[in-house]
Design a protein around this ligand. Sequence first.
Ligand SMILES: Cc1ncc(COP(=O)(O)O)c(C=O)c1O
Length: 493
Amino acid sequence: MGIHHVDEINSSCLLLSRVATNDGHGENSSYFDGWKAYDSNPFHPTRNPEGVIQMGLAEHQLCLGTMQEWIRKNPKASICTEEGLSQFKDIANFQDYHGLPQFRKAIAKFMGKVRGGRAEFDADRVVMSGGATGAQETLAFCLANPGEAFLIPTPYYPAFDRDFRWRTGVQLLPIHCHSINNFKITETALMTAYRRALKSNIKVKGILVTNPSNPLGTTMDRATLRTLARFANENNIHLICDEIFGGTVFDGPEFASISTVLEDDPRLNRDLFHIAYSLSKDLGVPGFRVGIIYSYNDAVVSCARKMSSFGLVSTQTQHLLAAMLGDDEFTTKLLAESRRQLSRRHAVFTSGLERVGIRCLESNAGLFFWMNLKHLLKAATVEAELELWRVIIHKVKLNISPGSAFHCSEPGWFRVCFANMDDGTMEVALRRIRAFVYEANERGTTSAQTTKNKKRFDRTLRLSLPRRFDHDLMTTMTPRLMSPHSPLVKAAN
Ligand SMILES: Cc1ncc(COP(=O)(O)O)c(C=O)c1O
């Protein structure tokens, strides 16, 4: 019996709860067809050079070697080595939900360093969670009741729909942002979203932003951050800043964290401000599940700490990271190396695309860029975006992510991850995109197409699609939600 069948039976018999049987996780989304395409035919330079290249994974693999080297040189930091084994009993027994004091201290120090030393963090406010995923859910539980809402600028990280909403019943309401001003949040857009919620009798409890942005790869400017902070202050609502990509800023302008805005403006009510953080991106260790809630509100710190029992970071991991992040010289070297690698990779990739007329949103952070393929759409619609996306997956054999999965209000944008592969794979990916664009241009598929060209484009797509995607699937596959951590895939965030 298939899993879906079991779900149907369970839900029709009301055997399980509403949370267990609703689709809040998003895993049953057909978006996973993209992942399945990769999983069933993964690229390998020699064993499967025609396979699908995974570019939908915001994973930082460019500095893992530097960390490995540190671990090799510091065997005492691991409890499973001859040198560290004497610590085994103490570490294996420790389960206090405050966490190892040396771990919280090292995290607070590292958070300050990622923000260029412009803000200080108090180790007593560092609360652990199972990745930033857990941090978001805990914050939602602490700050809002079911049915209440947070405003969120679009495009946004798709799994917020799961992390923030699924089990808490909290809503996310979009603040629509547009390419005309590089997707910056304007006061007008913010007010529109706020008033719309009030008009619908929805209580707005706060704003959730990601800075640097996933999927845009941009840092929020200080003025916008100040506007958001003041708006939250004036309306007595919360501001959560997800700063999980804080250490990936590889180019100017420098990263302005909400922590520095708070330090500059003593009039802001600190009880309203919270940071969600994790080591998944900055260190590239999502498997460690190190998430951090850093709240300026004492009651939230206290409640989140109690809730953290549901998602503690293993003490073994805390022990290792306390030593690693406590090594000042090493973290300086690691962050510098990370920036250098990301900057280089980003430059090679985006300039390679520019040569075939593909523009990307100018960006300075993150493990991805936001690629504009509007000119290759048959029409300015989500359907046309998804049609192009399917061709890119199944013909060009690149698993990139369509903007509609990020709730982007303009069709034609795609998120391309660039730090989860080696240089050789990146070259192959670039070659494939270039070849595809040349071909598309030759066939006259720019936005100024005539009807004749459009027909020809349709025919070309149909001819180039695998048979299985020719008919039914073309209309049924819709990437409603990208959901990370699926058992279907190794990782998908
Ligand atoms: C903006 C954002 N927040 C949170 C997460 C979840 O991260 P973690 O692996 O730490 O749970 C991700 C992962 O991609 C993300 O992009």
